[in-house]
Design a protein around this ligand. Structure first.
Ligand code: ADE
Length: 239
C-alpha cells in the first residue's frame, strides 16, 4: 500500500513514521509512506500556500493551485482515495481503518488555518474524515492517526503476539482488562480464572468483561450489534 501525505509541516509527520509498527511495516515493504511539502508546489518567490478568504472573516485558506499541482504530480489512478482531514468529515473508526487498509493508494491532505479552497474538495477530494469533535490546528495529527490505525491492520503488520483481532472495536466491543506478573500487587489479585489454565473459561470471561465494559462506558455501541442469547442473558444478570 502507498500513502502520500501533503502538508506544510513534514517535520511533524516524519519522526512518527520512524518508530514501532509503522517503521516495521515500511521496512517490510507492506507500506510506503511519502511526505510532500506543499510549499514545493508553489511557483512564487515567497512559496505562498495560503490567502485571505473571499467575503472576509478570520483565518487563512490554503490556495488551490499548490494542492492541484501536488496531486497531479502524484499521478493518482482513478481508484486512489484522496482524503481531506477536517472536523467536518465522517467520524473515523476501526471499520474505516480496515476499509482503507484494503486500498492500494491513499493521498492525505493536511489542512491548516481555516481550511482549503472549496474547489479542491469539489474536484479532487474523494473522502473527508474527522478524528473527533474537536478542532486541531491542522490535519497532521489526524493524518498520523489514520496512517497508524491503517498501518497496524495491514495483513502481516502485527506479530502473532499483537493480533488486531482482540483489539477494542475489532469485534464491535471494547477490549477486556489485562494483567501481567506479579499475580499479587499492592494487595490486588489477578482474577483466579486467568491463572486457572482453562482456556475456554478464560475466553468466556474475557468476552463477558468486554461486554460489561462496553455496556458501562459505550452503551451505544451495543445497540448496533447482534448479540447472542448468552450475551443478552449475561448483560441482563450483570446490570
Ligand atoms: N483538522 C482539524 N481538526 C481536525 C479533526 N478533528 N479531524 C480531522 N482533521 C482536523
Amino acid at each position: 500500500m502507498r500513502i502520500d501525505i501533503i502538508t506544510i509541516f513534514p517535520e511533524v509527520i516524519l519522526p512518527v513514521l520512524q518508530a514501532g509498527i509503522l517503521k516495521r511495516a515500511q521496512a517490510r515493504d507492506l507500506l510506503t509512506v511519502n511526505v510532500h511539502n506543499l510549499r514545493d508546489f508553489t511557483t512564487d518567490r515567497h512559496q505562498t500556500v495560503d490567502d485571505y478568504p473571499y467575503g472576509g472573516g478570520a483565518g487563512m485558506i490554503l490556495k488551490p493551485e499548490p494542492l492541484f499541482a501536488a496531486i497531479k504530480k502524484l499521478e493518482p489512478e482513478s481508484t486512489a482515495r484522496i482524503i481531506y482531514l477536517t472536523p467536518q468529515g465522517t467520524p473515523f473508526n476501526q471499520s474505516l481503518a480496515e476499509a482503507f487498509s484494503l486500498e492500494s493508494h491513499l493521498i492525505l491532505i493536511c489542512g491548516r488555518y481555516k481550511g482549503i479552497d472549496e474547489r479542491v474538495r469539489m474536484k479532487l477530494v474523494t473522502d473527508e474524515i474527522s478524528i473527533g469533535d474537536y478542532v486541531l490546528s491542522g490535519g497532521e495529527i489526524p493524518a498520523l492517526a489514520l496512517v497508524d490505525a491503517i498501518g497496524r491492520v495491514l495483513p502481516r503488520a502485527l506479530g502473532n503476539y499483537e493480533s488486531a483481532q482482540e483489539d477494542s472495536f475489532s469485534q464491535g466491543l471494547l477490549d477486556c482488562p489485562h494483567y501481567t506478573r506479579p499475580a499479587e500487587f499492592e494487595g490486588m489479585q489477578v482474577p483466579d480464572i486467568l491463572l486457572s489454565g482453562h482456556h475456554d473459561n478464560i475466553t468466556r470471561w474475557q468476552h463477558e468483561q468486554s461486554l460489561k465494559r462496553t455496556a458501562e462506558r459505550r452503551p451505544e455501541l451495543l445497540k448496533n450489534m447482534e448479540l447472542s442469547a448468552e450475551d443478552v442473558a449475561y448483560l441482563k444478570n450483570n446490570k
